[in-house]
Design a protein around this ligand. Sequence first.
Ligand code: ADP
Ligand code: MG
Length: 341
Amino acid sequence: MPIQPLPDTLVNQIAAGEVVERPASVVKELVENALDAGAARIDIELEEGGVRLIRVRDDGGGIPADELPLAVARHATSKIASLEDLERVATLGFRGEALPSIASVSRFTLSSRVAGSGHGARLEVEGGKAAPVLPHPHPLGTTVEVRDLFYNVPARRRFLRAERTELGHIEDWLRSLALARPGVELRVSHNGRLSRHYRPVADAGERLRRLAEALGDDFTRQCLQIEHAASGLRLYGWVGLPTAARSSADQQFFYVNGRAVRDRTVAHAVRQAYADVLFHGRHPAFVLFLECDPRQVDVNVHPAKHEVRFREQRLVHEFIYRSLHEALAGARAGAVGGEPV
Ligand code: ADP
Ligand code: MG
């Protein structure tokens, strides 16, 4: 075969292989877009574990009608415009590839209205082919509808699991999000029934309520609140006492500048801090937020953005280890270092 450029839809479908693994990845991308748009309330409707339908509606800033085709165009984004922007990016998205990828492997509809516009507009894409933008009534904000995920990619469809399993992945991810964004109201329904409702939390004092809603009272009754800052880094959150340790690592939430990440440096520092207080084979429970200058951390490591790279890895490791070690040692001695909550 001669060398030839790939058709756009195929390029998007190839990218979808990295960004869209299963319904939960679609929910993640759509909800992150809603958060980037400043939404205070996000409604998520699912059918059949998200395979049949994922509908995400937000009350954020919306998309102007004439920009709808760009929203589903590859590498088009409103979030960065230069390398400088990329290096200090504060939004969850910036690659401009989630919507085109998702739209290339589903029956996709994007509806939106911005402030100052009398009516909304709507754009339909089926299997990557966009229809013309049409006027469509819509409240302020955006609704994205994704139907029949992978209907045109049988190889992917075969990897989807049972409805329960896919729903479980979605709920796990939403739990992680609910912990990070207590001020945002999240409603989730599955097959027409409300399955989760995280009510918005108004202030820091109420934050434990969201924590309990997401992780249960067992965690909130056996955790320490920590807060520690040094060398331009700040770590805060809740660490489970040894009595809250679990047989699996299912209650471990770590965020870097508001983004849930899996990172080996972090994992190692946490494990080391707990080493003295936990039995082998037990896993600590924690919800921790690390804040640092965005220029100190590269989030552009993988399309799905689960991973980050710290510029000063050793410093970060040491800081996390020390913060947790002190808090846990204090707890053991019954002294300060963290107030039991
Ligand atoms: P990215 O989030 O990386 O910019 P996406 O493909 O996810 O790329 O979205 C493309 C663009 O569409 C965004 O930059 C944003 O301008 C717009 N957009 C997508 N979803 C929403 C939403 N829910 N509300 C407002 N704008 C949105
Ligand atoms: Mg996005």
